[in-house]
Design a protein. Sequence first.
Length: 224
Amino acid sequence: MITVALADDQALVRAGFRALLDGEQDINVVAEAADGEQAVELVRRHRPDVVLMDVRMPRTDGLRATARVSADPTLARTRVIVLTTFELDEYVFGALRAGAAGFLLKDIEPTDLVDAVRIVAAGDALLAPRHTRRLIEAFVEQSGRAPGGGDDDARLQQLTAREREVLTLVGQGLSNAEIAERLVLSPLTAKTHVARLFMKLAARDRAQLVVLAYETGLVVAGRA
């Protein structure tokens, strides 16, 4: 059973999500929060597999709440999906950096929402990686953020040449299977390389690897 917590200041939105998710045999909504502060409290109490977190909420917003959940070692198995009204929302980029597993638009199709919860709960590839890539590209372009120095970036010094290749492909939105095909590796080997990236770069999940690929200059906006 996949357990889910809902965090949104609109009761109608929470009710809609609950009705949809509780209608699935393998998903159970265990908590609802109307603001970020309550969300963190309830997530710590129930330790759900997935949190659907609205970006804009009173008291503590979704960005700070996501960072607190991600930083809590007792919640290492909990994954946060950020909910937003606008695809190119700069707060979503901050949430990805804070440890969110991905993001969804609030007007997502019901079946896609259910699939997203299952994908993230299973710890599989980053939710909608190409959409997330577009978000990061747009944020980088709009904010004028300068990428890191590529091979000179200190965070890359500990990686092997193959691991840098894999990180670049993760940043471009490729799944483990696609990375294996691109680099002519077995799927298990590709998965092992990604796991080593998590460990060496202290990344919580694939979303943070995507962000890091942009920040270090391995992937450049508009050229991926």
